[in-house]
Each structure stands twice: as structure tokens, then as C-alpha cells.
Design a protein around this ligand. Structure first.
Ligand code: ZN
Length: 394
């Protein structure tokens, strides 16, 4: 058992306890009680004085690539399975250090994210709770060679079904498909629809049989609408969603957008990181993209939390997604904190165990040096503590 004394809580992220300060009792993996400061829990155990610092639930990154070392995709192809596995492990550790106790990998080579998930779950290594998709299923398309080893090509519902089943057979938790061209795929057109409704529906059917769901990479609004109609659960990026797309998602409990600002804005901060050709495309579409995501936010859509960031930039820029959603999109602090915790837990159907500070849920908690609800920039600082399932990691 463990007691966290003098915790400052944020009411929007806490359930069944309404005061701002509390003592939290943890037993094994779970929060057992949240009580008034000074409570005698009548147990002999370790106590940590949190000194009125802010305690919030562990963060989620719903769009990670845990084997992506840098923004230069050509370097990826030089790495074999062994190197990829060790690099994925190091990336997982960095995520955990930054308070991301749950990481959803949206495409990884050599089954590394799945293997890392299993190694973490078995206690062989320490890392975040991994949710892994395996390889990305894509139609035959220009630009696929940029991420040759990350993709599996499948055309038409039959081939899509086969590819989905193969990834699930290898241990994927969910399916990732490409709905539109991507910014980083040399020769591809970002936003252009590349998958059909029938292909999306085939993937959704296979996923549902295994009690899981499909995530679709979609920048363009055409594919976004197909994805919503096909029953896709998460729309990755959602960059150019229009008003019709937004209205289709309003009040929709089955489909959500996971914006990924970090990957786009990192190139703004350091244009030398990527080839000119890609940089020009990103620059020309940046304003349109940010306006669309702002519209989705203002319409009241429940947005998830994704970064799509590479390891080198993750390490260099703690709290970066918070900073760019603030600076570029002007999101409210509390809305961002909800997106990174409660909303993301709901989107990946883990809200019965995660996403808020609540007795009965997993003790995935982070202790922040400052009040992020007042000043989101404190998310750039090193965390004071990170707990995952009751284990004090940092
Ligand atoms: Zn991605």
C-alpha cells in the first residue's frame, strides 16, 4: 500500500471527490480511496508527501510510432529487427518519463510494439501500457515505398480482410488503415482519398469480430466521411475536416478525431529536419489544417490526444503537444488536459479503468510541478512523480 499525502486535484479530472486537496490511498494497482487531507487510513505503509502539487491521471498518446527514431524515413530502412526493438524500448521509457502511461502505437515495424507490449505486461521491462496496431494496411499507392517496411499493401475488401486478420494473428490490438495520402510519403498526395468505403467496411467487420476497432489515417474530408460511414473508430489527423464532416461527428459516440499537431509543428521549429519537398507541402497546408481542427474544437467535438512524433523530438520537447495546441490552436488548458486523459481513455474504451483520478481505477498518476489548469506551459517541466498501476516509476 502507498499513501500520497497533500495532493492538489483538478475537479474535471477527478471523480467521486469534490474538494481540491486530498490524500490518496493506493493498494496494488488500484486507487482504493480519495479522502480529506490528514485522513487516518489505519494502515501501516509508505507515504509520499506531494506538498500540494497537482496530481492528474497518466497521459495518453493515441498516435505514436514507437520505432520512429527521427523524421528522416530513409534512416528507418537501415535498421533491423533487433535494433528496432531496443529503440522501441527506449522510446517507451521516454514516454513513461514524460507521464504517458498509455501509448497507442499506430504502426510499427517487425512487430516491435506488440513485442514491447508483451514484455512490459509480463514485467520483463518497464514501459507504458502499450496498445499496438502492427503494420499499417494501405492500398497500392504512390509514396508507399517511403515506409516500405511499415506497410502491407491490400486492395479490395478480400485483400483487406486477409491483411487485417494477419495483423490480428500477430497480436495487434487494433487495425490501422490508410484512408488518404500522407504528407511524408514522397510522391503521394496528402488528403487525396485512397481507400474505398467497401475496403473500410471490410476492415471494420474483421475488427468487430475480434471485439476491436479500426483507426484510419485521413487528412482529406472525403475519406473522413467514408470512415465515419464505415464505422471506423478513430480518424487519425483529421486535418481537412469540413463542416459536414464535423456535423457527422457531433454527438457521435462511435467515431473521434485524433489530431496530431506535434508532427506538423516540429518542422516549423526546425525546418532542417525534413526534405524541402515535404516542407513546402506542409507549409502550404498548415493554415487550412489548423483552421479545420479549430472548427472541430469550437463545434464541441471530443478530440483525442496524439503526437505522431519521432523519438528524437519527443525527447527534446517534453509537453510539446500541449504547447502547440495552446500556441497554434488556442485550446483551453482544461480541455487539453481532458483530451490527454479522460477523453482519450473513453475513445480507446479504457475509461472503466483509466482516464480520471477515481477510487477503483488504476493508479496511473502523474505529479506536476505547477498548476497546468492555470498555466499549461508547466507541462514542459520534468514531472515530480510518475506512477503506473501503483508502481512509483519516477
Ligand atoms: Zn502516424
Amino acid at each position: 500500500m502507498l499513501i500520497l499525502r497533500n495532493c492538489r486535484l483538478i475537479k474535471e479530472l477527478t471523480e467521486d471527490y469534490s474538494k481540491q486537496y486530498a490524500d490518496i490511498l493506493i493498494d496494488g494497482k488500484y486507487i482504493i480511496a480519495i479522502n480529506d487531507v490528514g485522513t487516518d487510513f489505519k494502515v501501516q505503509c509508505e507515504e509520499i508527501n506531494i506538498c500540494n502539487k497537482t496530481v492528474i491521471p497518466g497521459l495518453f498518446d493515441l498516435h505514436a510510432h514507437i520505432d520512429c527514431r527521427s523524421l528522416d524515413p530513409s534512416r528507418m530502412h537501415l535498421k533491423g529487427a533487433g535494433t528496432t526493438a531496443f529503440e522501441a524500448y527506449e522510446c517507451g521509457r521516454e514516454y513513461l518519463r514524460q507521464g504517458y502511461t498509455t501509448v497507442r502505437d499506430c504502426g510499427c515495424r517487425f512487430n516491435a510494439a506488440i513485442a514491447l507490449r508483451d514484455a512490459i505486461n509480463e514485467g520483463i521491462v518497464q514501459g507504458p501500457r502499450m496498445i499496438a496496431s502492427g503494420l499499417i494496411i494501405t492500398p497500392t499507392e504512390r509514396g508507399n515505398s517511403t515506409f516500405e517496411t511499415l506497410y502491407v499493401e491490400a486492395d479490395g475488401p478480400e485483400e483487406v480482410r486477409k491483411a487485417c486478420r494477419q495483423e490480428l494473428q500477430k497480436g495487434a490490438d487494433f487495425i490501422k488503415v490508410m484512408g488518404t495520402g500522407a504528407f511524408y510519403n514522397v510522391g503521394g498526395v496528402p488528403g487525396e482519398t485512397i481507400s474505398s468505403l467497401e475496403e473500410f467496411e471490410a476492415a471494420v467487420k474483421v475488427a468487430e469480430m475480434k471485439n476491436t476497432y479500426v483507426a484510419a489515417h485521413c487528412h482529406g474530408t472525403g475519406a473522413i466521411k467514408l470512415a465515419i460511414n464505415a464505422g471506423i473508430r478513430t480518424i487519425e489527423h483529421g486535418s481537412f475536416i469540413d463542416d459536414v464532416g464535423i456535423s457527422m461527428l457531433k454527438g457521435n459516440d462511435n467515431c473521434f478525431i485524433i489530431p496530431t499537431l506535434s508532427i506538423f509543428m516540429v518542422t516549423n521549429d526546425d525546418p532542417s529536419l525534413i526534405p524541402n519537398q515535404i516542407l513546402d507541402t506542409i507549409k502550404s497546408l498548415k493554415e487550412a489544417m489548423t483552421n479545420c481542427i479549430i472548427n472541430a474544437y469550437k463545434a464541441g467535438l471530443k478530440l483525442g490526444w496524439g503526437t505522431d512524433i519521432d523519438f528524437e523530438n519527443l525527447k527534446k520537447r517534453p509537453g510539446y503537444e500541449f504547447i502547440v495546441r495552446k500556441k497554434i490552436l488556442d485550446f483551453d488548458n482544461i480541455d487539453m488536459l481532458l483530451q490527454a486523459t479522460k477523453y482519450s481513455a473513453e475513445i480507446v474504451r479504457l475509461n472503466d479503468r483509466l482516464g480520471t483520478v477515481k477510487a477503483g481505477k488504476y493508479a496511473d498518476l502523474i505529479v506536476i510541478d505547477g498548476n497546468p489548469d492555470d498555466n499549461i506551459f508547466v507541462m514542459e517541466k520534468d514531472l515530480i512523480h510518475v506512477l503506473k498501476e501503483g508502481n512509483l516509476i519516477y
